[in-house]
Design a protein around this ligand. Sequence first.
Ligand SMILES: CC(C)(COP(=O)(O)OP(=O)(O)OC[C@H]1O[C@@H](n2cnc3c(N)ncnc32)[C@H](O)[C@@H]1OP(=O)(O)O)[C@@H](O)C(=O)NCCC(=O)NCCS
Length: 162
Amino acid sequence: MELREATDADWASIWPFFHTIVSAGETYVYPRDLDEPAARAMWMVAPPGRTVVAVDEHGTVLGTANMYANKMGPGSHIASGSFMVAPEHAGQGVGRALGEDLLAWARREGFRGVQFNAVVESNTRAVKLWQSIGFEIMTTIPEGFHHPTLGYVGLHIMYQKL
Ligand SMILES: CC(C)(COP(=O)(O)OP(=O)(O)OC[C@H]1O[C@@H](n2cnc3c(N)ncnc32)[C@H](O)[C@@H]1OP(=O)(O)O)[C@@H](O)C(=O)NCCC(=O)NCCS
């Protein structure tokens, strides 16, 4: 697996699994019917942010992440980011590699910490993965997320100081 900067041409490979993940409504605070142009505008962040893809030896896109300053101005020293791994390639270390890449980027860029604003409590794979690379649950917004089958569940703010 290789991680590289995403190009415009990668979007066609990202959109199918992006759509699957977002329309399921279980892990992201995006509208479940988010259309393709809006999704592209949201995901493919421009510099000084960065969007990356993880690809295999055949060039198949396995997953993607984006990363950017969490807030503007006096809050711009804290980074944030988002992650999506194609369901058929989950559980193979792609998410971990993308998470570690975000941390390396944030250190290189001089950010002082990384904050994930909305990690769904029931998304135990993500919560455990982020904890395993150094993030802590700072607080949980009770019933902050409306899950399609579980109903209202907590929404974690996760953070790590760099
Ligand atoms: C969450 C997500 C990014 C994780 O990516 P991934 O490539 O599947 O994760 P990894 O293969 O790197 O595995 C991460 C950990 O999860 C664990 N894991 C794998 N499959 C699992 C499963 N079915 N249930 C629970 N944990 C699992 C692995 O054990 C691994 O830990 P380890 O490296 O100590 O063994 C990915 O599943 C995804 O895109 N999910 C949908 C969107 C999403 O939730 N994004 C994150 C929002 S905060």
